[in-house]
Design a protein. Structure first.
Length: 202
């Protein structure tokens, strides 16, 4: 009889777990934070004259799927600056569109870690150039679209029934040469982000 009780309790617990983790989720949110870009240059001498600067990001995101695994498309406005020594300071303004898979195996808890992975498409929409020293003109040629692979980790805080906060760090590795001149430029970026979302089950 004791064995039947244990088996019955196990079945009920498994059924409840399936209900929790198999339940659908939909969420919408906003996020923002800092970017730490690294521009890698080739076919320029010396490449050390290029230095990286910190930027920022603001955007919106959605999530849908089951509570454990969700698809997370985003639309982000990103500023990534760099400096060409004694020549110019450049701020690249871009749109970035990541389409990420979010894995959160402990999503039923108040605080839960999660993992992000997926591709990211980006395109410069404008640039700000400030010339330095005796330089009178400088043309920013980092205007091609890019495709990157992105990975990230974070913590989610379920602060209310339908409200969640998240903190995360990301790394994106760009695959394409984004410079339209003879110089080859590829990007790598770290991100430190915070976000808030409204979520519901379906």
């Amino acid at each position: 009889m004791q064995n039947w009780k244990i088996m019955g309790f196990t079945v009920v617990a498994a059924f409840c777990s399936m209900n929790v983790y198999g339940e659908g989720k939909v969420a919408m949110g906003v996020q923002g934070g800092l970017t730490f870009p690294e521009f890698n240059f080739k076919n320029t001498s010396p490449s050390s004259q290029y230095s990286n600067s910190d930027g920022w990001l603001g955007g919106v995101f959605g999530e849908f799927g089951i509570w454990t695994i969700t698809l997370r498309p985003e639309l982000n406005y990103v500023v990534k600056p760099y400096t060409v020594a004694n020549i110019a300071k450049v701020k690249n303004h871009s749109i970035e569109i990541p389409v990420l898979v979010k894995v959160n195996p402990l999503s039923g808890f108040i605080v839960s870690p999660f993992f992000l992975v997926g591709p990211q498409w980006s395109k410069q929409i404008r640039s700000e150039v400030t010339t330095l020293g005796s330089t009178t003109t400088f043309s920013d040629t980092a205007n091609r679209w890019d495709l990157a692979g992105l990975v990230g980790v974070g913590l989610e805080f379920n602060v209310a029934e339908n409200i969640a906060l998240n903190l995360q760090g990301r790394y994106a590795l760009g695959f394409r040469d984004i410079d339209s001149s003879a110089i080859e430029m590829k990007t790598r970026s770290f991100y430190a982000l915070a976000g808030i979302s409204v979520q519901d089950a379906f």
